[in-house]
Write a protein that binds this ligand. Structure first.
Ligand code: ATP
Ligand code: MG
Length: 464
């Protein structure tokens, strides 16, 4: 993915004669942004592409959005473009809508007097683009590009892209003290791009790490999500552990260094997991959290409800699976069948998706060499070679289930009530669940007549 060729061209040209072309931006995005820049220039203002889009284009990575920086004041931007949203006027940002895209157009500004280590007290609009670049966090994010493809790169950002390093613009300690969230952004960019952090920048981060306590949990969580769900989560997590940042934040962090080292070993395969939900479930599992504890932690960390619920369901399946292994005696002749039935009950209770998720995690845990020794769950029926094959058996059992939810059951509650001539009540839910379990394990086919017949038998009204 990484192609430093363009950075190299730029560096070798000594910053001259280099023309950047947009190759990594989708469809008409670059053209639409160019139109905005041209319009601003026509009205006598300066305007450039800036930040992440330049960084990603120079790296040969997909460019998802484009930000524009301009000497025009927000009201001037608004007067030029009929379709715009005043996104953050006090900070000078207007979103201009153009050809189906939204572009953040921000007036050159400097920031000063940071309050509480997280927001500038004063924003000053300025006329020199270099001043605007100076207030940005890292050199690789402080490059801008003009309409002719000429780069303005006062802090050596392109060279840092080439060297694959994250470096603060200016004095690292000061920059992290101004805005403590930058420390997490540093880890996020280093892990997302697989770059290293320069010595000074890392030292500045370590010195300012206590300031993370001033940052809202939501913002910390959002960066953490990008680290864990990004392309190199192991690297990012390793840096988080080494930085000691998270225990200093506002959100609960009930682990010691030893817990973290053990968790790191167990979650070695995290990068192989495609789904975000499974990455979080693996981490919480490796951190020895019960489903209940995980639920509380994810809530305290302000994770969206959908993520929280799906992660917790996976951990509930884990608990059901572990309990099933404990319940079925290792030598019992009926062991496999009993385990199959308990497993199917867990699938019905927590859903097929969560059950598949847990099996994927089990496989990931077994694949990681570190995952084997302190394996989760008791030894019992998993003793010996069958221990490795059980997840495969459980997956097979899951695949063979003729149905996995009440919606797929061939009778409805109304039909049951009518056939048994009883008023619907709590009994109905219980009976539906029993029929579902019987059909799911294969004791009765999922057939309306046969299910109704079974219902009558269960109700003690069977007439032969
Ligand atoms: P991506 O959108 O891929 O996360 P990005 O570089 O565009 O990367 P944004 O958060 O969208 O990141 O910010 C846009 C630009 O604004 C950055 O490139 C950087 O120049 C500047 N910036 C953003 N956040 C900060 C901050 N906390 N401190 C200083 N500059 C920042
Ligand atoms: Mg961006």
């Amino acid at each position: 993915m990484y192609s430093g060729a363009r950075c190299l061209d730029w560096i070798q040209s000594g910053g001259k004669e280099f023309v950047m072309e947009w190759k990594m931006a989708s469809g008409g995005m670059a053209e639409a942004a160019e139109h905005i820049i041209a319009q601003l220039m026509e009205k006598g203002h300066e305007a450039y592409w800036v930040g992440g889009c330049i960084r990603d284009e120079l790296l040969g990575r997909p460019v998802h959005d484009m930000d524009i920086t301009t000497s025009a004041l927000p009201e001037e931007v608004i007067s030029i473009f009929p379709r715009c949203i005043p996104t953050g006027l006090q900070h000078g940002t207007v979103t201009v809508l153009q050809a189906g895209n939204g572009f953040e157009v921000t007036t050159y500004r400097t920031e000063s007097g940071y309050l509480d280590y997280r927001r500038p007290e004063q924003v000053c609009f300025v006329s020199d683009v270099n001043e605007d670049l100076r207030r940005r966090d890292f050199t690789i994010n402080a490059i801008c590009c003009g309409i002719e493809g000429q780069l303005i790169d006062p802090f050596g950002g392109a060279a840092d892209l080439e060297r694959q390093v994250i470096r603060c613009v200016g004095d690292a300690e000061e920059r992290f003290a101004e805005d403590a969230l930058r420390m997490l952004r540093c880890v996020r960019f280093a892990s997302g791009l697989d770059f290293s952090v320069t010595k000074n920048t890392w030292r500045g981060l370590l010195r300012q790490r206590d300031k993370l306590v001033h940052i809202a949990v939501e913002r910390v969580r959002a960066e953490l999500e990008r680290i864990v769900e990004g392309p190199h989560p192991r690297r990012g997590l390793g840096m988080l552990v080494r930085s000691g940042l998270l225990p200093r934040g506002k959100a609960p962090f009930p682990w010691t260094g030893t817990d973290l080292a053990a968790a790191a070993a167990l979650s070695a395969g995290i990068g192989e997991l495609q789904s975000a939900r499974l990455r979080w479930a693996l981490l919480l599992h490796a951190l020895k959290q019960s489903a209940q504890e995980a639920d509380e932690l994810l809530r305290a960390w302000t994770f969206p409800g959908t993520t929280r619920t799906s992660v917790v369901l996976v951990l509930r399946v884990r608990e059901a699976w572990t309990a099933a292994l404990e319940e079925v005696p290792p030598e019992a002749a009926y062991g496999t069948e009993a385990l199959r039935r308990l497993w199917i009950a867990a699938v019905l209770a927590y859903g097929k998706e969560a059950a598949e998720g847990w099996l994927t995690l089990l496989e990931a845990l077994q694949a990681a060499p570190e995952g084997r020794s302190p394996a989760p769950g008791p030894t019992s029926v998993l003793a010996g070679s069958s221990r490795q094959t059980l997840p495969a058996a459980a997956r097979e059992w899951l695949t063979q289930m003729p149905l996995s939810s009440l919606a797929a059951l061939a009778v409805t509650g109304n039909e049951l009530a009518e056939t048994l001539q009883k008023t619907p009540g709590p009994w109905l839910g219980i009976m539906l669940q029993q029929l579902l379990q019987a059909a799911a394990v294969g004791d009765i086919p999922n057939d309306k007549q046969l299910l109704l017949h079974e219902a009558k038998r269960m109700d003690g009204h069977e007439q032969l």
